[in-house]
Design a protein around this ligand. Structure first.
Ligand SMILES: NC(=O)c1ccc[n+]([C@@H]2O[C@H](COP(=O)([O-])OP(=O)(O)OC[C@H]3O[C@@H](n4cnc5c(N)ncnc54)[C@H](OP(=O)(O)O)[C@@H]3O)[C@@H](O)[C@H]2O)c1
Length: 223
């Protein structure tokens, strides 16, 4: 069952060419996704890897709003990279009900004002975790100082991963934080990490340290 669902999701999201974000292409893509998933409703429809320059045709916005009115989709938004978000928000706020983009402890705090859209974040770990772990492995003084400040053993990859995941959660309390793992032990620990309030202060401290000592980090290879 899980395998069949994964295959259907892959088929629904896989495309061989870059989307052009015309209303016709969007409608065809929605119909294809509904058929592949064998459903008549999608909770959240994200325009994937879209840029501000792609959204020239206001008919597309009308199509998205119509699909919400019909109940085919619950809501819509944008899934793109963090560098594209400011211009999308400035030029096309009506498309930005939900924003999905990467955030990790290596990124500054997001200004989540009262009118800010709902956010979904990924990449709290992955290559950011690997680069930060490498930096700490190569710099014993930094590792010892940060471990003392966060009350964690940051030479231990799992402790570092937990604090990075917790930082994504506490620094973005109104957002959904996605993670992926093929390791059942990691999945169990990640759930515990989300529930463990004693990690909140250390996770904030890790974020503060990374942000205030960024220059030192880039010299050591984390970006
Ligand atoms: N990356 C993107 O551009 C992107 C874009 C849109 C959506 N998404 C979605 O976002 C979700 C998360 O993916 P992601 O790319 O952001 O990756 P991620 O969750 O930031 O990182 C995943 C990596 O972290 C490791 N990991 C997880 N828990 C760990 C733990 N407790 N200790 C040590 N290592 C741990 C996993 O290895 P193990 O398997 O060994 O645990 C895996 O290698 C996925 O569903 C993905 O489809 C990603």
């Amino acid at each position: 069952m899980k395998h069949r669902l994964a295959q259907a999701a892959n088929a629904a999201t896989r495309t061989s060419e870059k989307a052009t974000f015309t209303p016709q292409q969007a409608k065809a893509s929605l119909e294809q996704s509904l058929a592949a998933l064998r459903t008549d409703h999608i909770d959240l429809w994200l325009l994937h890897e879209v840029t501000a320059a792609d959204l020239r045709d206001e008919v597309l916005l009308g199509l998205l709003e119509e699909q919400v009115r019909r109940g085919t989709i619950g809501s819509f938004g944008i899934g793109s990279s963090a560098d594209k978000i400011p211009s999308l928000l400035a030029e096309h706020p009506a498309y930005c009900h939900t924003l999905q983009y990467e955030w990790s402890v290596l990124d500054p705090e997001v200004d989540a004002g009262t009118a800010s859209p709902f956010r979904i974040h990924h990449r709290a770990l992955t290559d950011n975790f690997r680069s930060l772990h490498r930096t700490l492995a190569e710099d014993e003084q930094l590792r010892q100082r940060w471990s003392a400040a966060t009350n964690a053993d940051l030479s231990n990859p799992e402790d570092l991963a937990h604090l990075m995941l917790k930082a994504a959660l506490v620094m973005n309390p109104k957002s959904v934080i996605l993670f992926s793992s093929k390791n059942p032990r990691h999945i169990r620990f990640n759930v515990k990490t989300a529930e463990d309030s004693s990690l909140e202060a250390p996770a904030r401290e890790l974020h503060r340290l990374v942000q205030t000592e960024r220059n030192q980090l880039s010299q050591a290879g984390a970006s």
